[in-house]
Design a protein around this ligand. Structure first.
Ligand SMILES: [Zn+2]
Length: 58
């Protein structure tokens, strides 16, 4: 799979994993914005807990 890297200096996208061909600055792997799995599981946990609690009250 081809990886794209992004220059930290000029935001140029490049396939070079070491240096930006445009300005020679370092590049980094631009991570796609990910939705937070922690919050998602937290919501599941809270929901499960609530369900258990209401079941216990019955
Ligand atoms: Zn650059």
């Amino acid at each position: 799979m081809t990886r794209m890297y992004k220059c930290v200096h000029c935001n140029n996208y490049t396939l070079d994993d070491a240096r930006c061909p445009k300005c020679g600055e370092a590049v980094k792997d631009p991570k796609p914005p990910k939705y937070s799995p922690a919050d998602k599981y937290g919501e599941y946990r809270r929901r499960a807990k609530r369900k258990v609690r209401s079941a216990a009250l019955l």
